[in-house]
Write a protein that binds this ligand. Structure first.
Ligand SMILES: [Zn+2]
Length: 375
């Protein structure tokens, strides 16, 4: 059986070029994980997701526990078989979605009780229950249940929230069933307060996990504050374990976070933007619904190898969106996933070449050039 491993091949400044080894195969890092919320990366066949270069995808515990339910997924052979994705799957704990239910949920030391957004039925999510559901799903990487601290928050509020998450991390770890090639990640909280982040890292390292995530960022604090928080957080995190920045983000967020030692990312941006007619290109995003594309007989990105760019023009994609044809969202989702995986490939190659600084400044120049002509 494959051991769960993380090997760092080379570093360039703070950036790390590594590889995860899991029971379900490897993933080269820095890695971007497409989000497969309810057991599907919306609009994409698993083979097509893999074709873009993605090696690991994310599944959402909250959605899958409500529908179709984790015992059913387990009975059907686990999430890999159920959704036709044999590679590694990371599942979140369900906490983030539950916390965002507002007055439909109630928090206590034990966990969260909430009402389903689907049928109003009552459910409880505790550290133990979340871990058990992720076990049912046969998740390659299980996340601990944490409280996603809202932002802004004062230091006392951030401290009590973080300490609750650390007690939950301890309980999540106790409930985790260790198996070769499977891992569980702890989640660093503490909002934007350096002392709290340090306390959280120390508490998690004391428990001991196969990897560590940074949570509670990209919640409205802005890019600079996110980078400032990473600057004081990642150097304290165990150096030989993968680091995952949850829910991030835009290409410029990813590049800046890699420079600060992050190895893994997930975000709904490429898939969600694809469904609403936004296409990522060098330096920014195009809105394909914009009237200036109506006769544009050029691809979204001439350097992109995805089917949307290889076979079709901006004018055709514009037409599909105007006509409400389902092929439009499918093609732009594919393109955006390809764009993000090409970005990660470029990042990995730059780190290997010891040229990540140049990569980063080129990326910033492209963004500045794009912003100056705005779509
Ligand atoms: Zn493309």
């Amino acid at each position: 059986m494959t051991e769960f491993r993380f090997d760092i091949a080379t570093k360039d400044g703070g950036a790390r070029r590594g590889r995860l080894q899991t029971a379900h195969g490897p993933a080269e890092t820095p890695a971007f994980m497409p989000v497969g919320t309810v057991g599907t990366v919306k609009g994409m066949l698993p083979d097509h997701v893999a074709e873009t270069g993605a090696q690991i995808v994310l599944g959402n515990t909250y959605h899958l526990m409500l529908r179709p339910g984790s015992p059913r997924v387990k009975a059907l052979g686990g999430l890999h078989k159920f959704m036709g994705w044999p590679g590694p799957i990371l599942t979140d704990s369900g906490g983030f979605q539950v916390m965002s239910l507002g007055n439909l949920r109630e928090m206590s030391e034990d966990g969260v009780t909430f009402r389903s957004h689907i049928d109003g039925s009552k459910h409880a999510l505790t550290p133990e229950r979340s871990t058990e559901i992720q076990d049912d799903l046969d998740s390659t990487i299980t996340m601990v249940l944490d409280e996603c601290t809202p932002w802004p928050v004062d230091e006392a509020g951030a401290a009590s929230s973080m300490r609750l998450s650390m007690r939950w991390a301890d309980r999540s770890r106790a409930a985790f069933r260790a198996r070769p090639g499977y891992g569980q990640f702890g989640i660093v909280q503490g909002s934007t307060f350096p002392d709290l982040r340090a306390e959280s890292v120390a508490a998690l390292a004391e428990i001991g996990f196969e990897g560590y995530a940074v949570g509670g960022l990209a919640v409205g604090e802005g890019q600079q504050m996110m980078f400032d928080t990473l600057d004081v957080t990642t150097p304290a995190m165990p150096g030989d374990k993968p680091r995952y920045l949850m829910g991030v983000g835009r290409p410029s967020d990813i590049v800046g976070a890699v420079a600060r030692g992050i190895d893994m990312f997930d975000c709904v941006l490429p898939t969600r933007s694809g469904r609403t007619g936004k296409a990522f290109v060098k330096g920014g995003e195009l809105n394909i619904r914009n009237a200036r594309h109506v006769e544009a007989d050029i691809p979204v990105d001439p350097d992109c190898a995805c089917p949307a760019c290889r076979q079709f023009s901006r004018a055709y994609l514009h037409h599909l969106f105007k006509a409400g044809e389902m092929l439009g969202p499918i093609l732009l989702t594919w393109h955006n996933l390809q764009h993000f995986q090409d970005l990660m490939r470029g990042i990995r190659a730059a780190i290997e070449a010891g040229a990540f600084d140049t990569f980063q400044s080129n990326h910033q120049s492209a963004k500045a050039a794009f912003d100056s002509k705005a779509d």
